[in-house]
Design a protein around this ligand. Sequence first.
Ligand code: NDP
Ligand code: 8X3
Length: 252
Amino acid sequence: MSKIALITGATSGIGAACAHLFAAQGYNLILLGRREQLLTEVSKHLEDKYAVEVKKIVADVRDNEDLSYRLETLPQQWKKVDVLINNAGLSQGLDPIDKGNIDDWDTMIDTNVKGLLYTTRIVSNWMIARKSGHIINIGSIAGKEVYPNGNVYCATKHAVDALNKSMRIDLLPHGIKVTAINPGMVETEFSKVRFKGDEGRAKKVYDGLEPLVAKDIAEAIWFVVSRPAHVNINDMLIMPTAQATGTIINRK
Ligand code: NDP
Ligand code: 8X3
């Protein structure tokens, strides 16, 4: 029987790249995101190309009640999730702490931290029942260090780092693997979302360097997931060659 991966934030960027790579490896997929049309396009493409089964969940990870309903009402066979990729996340704004937009703060905390928790609370129980599973948490270089005006986004990714470590301890008795994947700069919709649709400002983030692409991260995740049963990779930090730290970048 095919394995199942549940990917949050599968409508673009890293999540969509993971969906492609896992489908190519024969996984059936549960793909979650808010933009229904994109979810439908990705799902149809993968079903046609790889003959895998895809379950779409149009949901907002911030809405625990709706998320729980949609996950708990999945048919029983779809609850046999082998891999959970907690990827849904975003940054909003890049302002100093005294000028931060409170709605932006709430959105980042509710999505990157609480959404990840709500999803994990449900899916970890399915994994515990089967005594097997692998949870991949998408952190960031912003969860390892901080940079000017990154304040709340960095705090949410530091929280993901802490949750990654602590869920590994809590789930240890149940044989469940837990891994953090922490990327540096990856060119996706991330900067467009951070700068609220300002494409020019988003593009400038990657000026003069070759950033990572979503597929680079998906390939690292596949490497981690495809290790033998007795091997767990706890934490991976993946940067563009031109980026040494969050802020030290070799631009041409
Ligand atoms: P994208 O903006 O391309 O993708 C983000 C995904 O998250 C989308 O599919 C979006 O789907 C989904 N998402 C956002 N909010 C919600 C929500 N409330 N409920 C459900 N889904 C949601 O960016 P990336 O692929 O780059 O980002 C993926 C992850 O990688 C994030 O956690 C980000 O913090 C992290 N990351 C990104 C880096 C980068 O440089 N790009 C570097 C380090 C980490 P939809 O809008 O359809 O809901
Ligand atoms: C995204 C990476 O450093 O641009 O998590 O915030 S960064």
